[in-house]
Design a protein around this ligand. Structure first.
Ligand code: NIG
Ligand code: FE
Length: 411
């Protein structure tokens, strides 16, 4: 049965022949159709256009969306949704003056989450994670990437990957899995970082490849975590096993990881709260998508990724949540889009492009989601009645979503 949406006030991000992503000035163009219709059949978009060109259709379920807008679902290309418990006590420590790095040095941070996750069964981890996934779906996310990195042992990393696999099987949105074993050096390897990396490469990567548990490989390239040589080692090893790099880089310090990511054809380089001229040059004209995580900056009170400088230099940019228990305990892409406009001076058009078409590219999903295009998945956001799409970032904190669709099904 086909579903026909009629009288859509504005249908956003309509592209007949979408590019893989948009960069620089192109980011300020958000193609749309006013007073539009949209036809979906099964799980796909099959037609759209202005109401005046609506074809004669029989036996369709018709839904009148007078006053409401439709856009492709958010594409959240960077999350750590699979985790155990929370870290609200560290949040209070930070309120009282400790820094994120000081908390990590005291054994808190990622190691704290790893301890909790190691002690949590796979079923319990799945149950906790699915609650978060269902929450972000309701908030308009229609494609998501999920990382490991809170296991930090062979068994616990594989447990995380198996949970992601179960989420993939049970939910109607594309999910990509990223192996982030090199997220922090676990306490047992405190004085033997190389031993930990060797274990990841020799014992975990072969299982991941054999069981096809991940598409991407990631590493936290940062002072006090993993250096440039570690990054090169992990990216090379991941590539050998068929995993594409996507790295955490330049969150606190620029140590050359952006160039390293580009060298190993990373699909994305994420965080970029600090960025050098060399990094900008390294990214220019490449296929590596820079990804900003503004709600991480918001939560930690660290600098925002200099989006204006990047876009004005002709670069593309994607936006993602970074949903995790330490630096961003929120998976709300609407708030990400708002924060990008408010704090990073992105225009609504740039932010919506960054959170849809560019986010899809940063997960290798540009053929399936991210634009309103015939043949793409009908993963959609239907807004409440709004006067213009500028309301979406403007009315931060308000939920302007009336309904979401995944694979053509209204939830
Ligand atoms: O992307 N920066 C590294 N990893 C996560 C946060 C990890 C944590 O604090 O649990 C991030 O922000
Ligand atoms: Fe992250």
């Amino acid at each position: 049965m086909q579903t026909l949406f009629i009288n859509i006030k504005e249908l956003l991000q309509t592209r007949d022949n979408p590019p893989a992503f948009v960069s620089g000035k192109e980011m300020s163009e958000l193609p749309s159709i006013s007073e539009a219709y949209l036809l979906i059949d099964g799980d796909k978009i099959v037609d759209y256009g202005p109401m005046v060109e609506l074809p004669q259709l029989s036996e369709v379920r018709t839904i009148d969306l007078t006053g409401q807008m439709v856009l492709p679902s958010w594409c959240d290309s960077h999350t750590h949704i699979v985790f155990a418990g929370n870290r609200e006590s560290e949040f209070v420590d930070r309120i009282k003056g400790l820094s994120y790095q000081e908390i990590a040095e005291k054994g808190g941070g990622i190691l704290n989450s790893a301890k909790k996750l190691q002690a949590t069964s796979e079923d319990e981890l799945y149950n906790q994670s699915k609650v978060r996934l269902e929450e972000v779906i309701k908030l308009g996310t229609g494609a998501v990437e999920i990382k490991t990195g809170y296991g930090l042992t062979k068994d616990a990393e594989l447990k995380m990957l198996r949970v992601i696999k179960r989420l993939k099987e049970n939910y109607d949105l594309p999910i990509k899995a990223t192996f982030l074993g090199a997220h922090a050096v676990p306490a047992e390897y405190k004085d033997n970082k190389q031993g930990y990396l060797d274990m990841l490469i020799e014992e975990v990567l072969p299982v991941i490849a054999e069981e096809q548990l991940a598409e991407y490989i990631d590493i936290f390239c940062e002072q006090g975590y993993f250096d440039l040589a570690d990054t090169e080692l992990i990216l090379k090893a991941g590539t050998k096993y068929g995993l594409t790099p996507k790295i955490h880089v330049n969150q606190f310090n620029a140590i050359g990881g952006v160039g390293m990511g580009v060298k190993y054809k990373a699909l994305s380089v994420d965080h970029l709260e600090v960025i050098t001229d060399q990094d900008l040059q390294d990214l220019k004209g490449q296929k590596t998508m820079p990804v900003a995580l503004p709600t991480c900056s918001y939560f930690l009170g660290i600098p925002y990724t200099p989006a204006r400088q990047m876009i004005d230099n002709g670069l593309p940019l994607a936006l993602a949540t970074d949903y995790n228990p330490g630096s961003t305990p929120s998976g709300n892409m609407n708030f990400v889009v708002s924060t990008a406009c408010i704090k990073m001076k992105m225009t609504p058009e740039e932010a919506i492009n960054a959170a849809t078409i560019n986010g899809a590219y940063a997960m290798g999903l540009e053929k399936e989601v991210g634009t309103i295009t015939k043949g793409k998945l009908a993963n959609l956001i239907i807004t409440k009645p709004i006067p213009s799409y500028g309301m979406l970032p403007y009315a931060f904190g308000s939920n302007l979503i009336d309904q979401v669709y995944l694979k053509g099904k209204g939830l």
